[in-house]
Design a protein around this ligand. Sequence first.
Ligand code: C5P
Length: 406
Amino acid sequence: MLHNKRILLIMGGGVAAYKSLDLIRRLRERGMQVRAILTRAGAEFVTPLAVASLSGEKCYSDLFSLTDEAEMGHIRLSREADLVLVAPATADLMAKMANGLANDLASTALLATDKQVMLAPAMNVQMWNNPATRRNVETLQSDGVLMVGPDDGLMACGETGAGRLSSVEDILASVDAFFTSENALRPLAGKKALVTAGPTHEPIDPVRYLANRSSGKQGYAIAASLAALGADVTLVSGPTALSTPASVKRIDVERATEMAQACDNALPVDIAVCVAAVADWRVESEQSGKIKKTSDGVPPAFTFVENPDILAHLSGLATDRPALVIGFAAETDNVLKRAKDKRQRKGCDWIIANDVSPSSGIMGGDETSVTLITGDGLEQWPQSSKTEVAGNLALRIVDYFSSLPS
Ligand code: C5P
């Protein structure tokens, strides 16, 4: 399966570039074809001759080389690959990618490619932790770029921390995993999915808001699992502290009305999973200035209006109704009965019931215990991590679509 896969390896300038020489050898041992671009800085650490000897192909390095452009234009170079692997991915290369800069062959190929890009970052720990690099990583992940590492440990510069290039073994494992999932484990390829996650914040005044407790972990895990199975996922997220899962398009919103609008904008989709803990109400008139305490000690009175119910809305769409609409029912008592009623009332196809009573310890944690309620009955799933629940749900979704008559 890996035989004849074509890798475009982009080698940035860092002392870890020497490991990429071994990577070339190991990729070729697996039957893959490796074509390499060495940045000008990369060529300070390893020689084009070593790269060419190991890859068995010319080593490309200069955007403005007339002979290179005549033989193999940068566009062709970026397209004639099954995977674009950047190792080592330096802070500079990542910053260029995150901002769409293209001023040398490597960055131009990265901007021009229509293939999956996988980065194996390598840099000093301070550079990795710098807010600029953090922002770039976030941007790149939300653009669907895959990341391997970096590892933690002692670096060539003598400092210790995150930023070491992943081991050649780990990079190879990620490349294998990519092709395995690409070929065989992408049963949702071609399907569009919409996932809502996190809380909504309903402003009361410029400093206060009304919200439900929600970490967003379950929704993010579902978005990640669906994307890993090949779905084209839009994640509409309320405020959370989580990073965007690989290959997921994330749209950040604050209020329920914004979430509802963002969901409508994402239509049509095949699958909608509403995991967000949407605030049921918002205050009727949000104050433009901070509400002050009064000397008489009388607290302010608010009038609430109901927020749109996104799950019910998507379930009831006359046109563009997703083929499968799934809701969550977080309840503290009478969990199953309430969840079954909710499925009927909201008109969704499936509902996942979970007990969020304080004694369950589920709220904000990593473990959860759920029951899937479909039109055919109940399925109690064993207590497991939110990631496992997400993986199981994604597989159930695959079953659902594969059981439909084609
Ligand atoms: O009514 P309740 O909030 O308990 O319903 C929970 C389910 O409905 C969840 O799937 C949640 O994402 C969804 N929901 C929604 N819009 C709302 C309220 C809840 O999509 N305004």
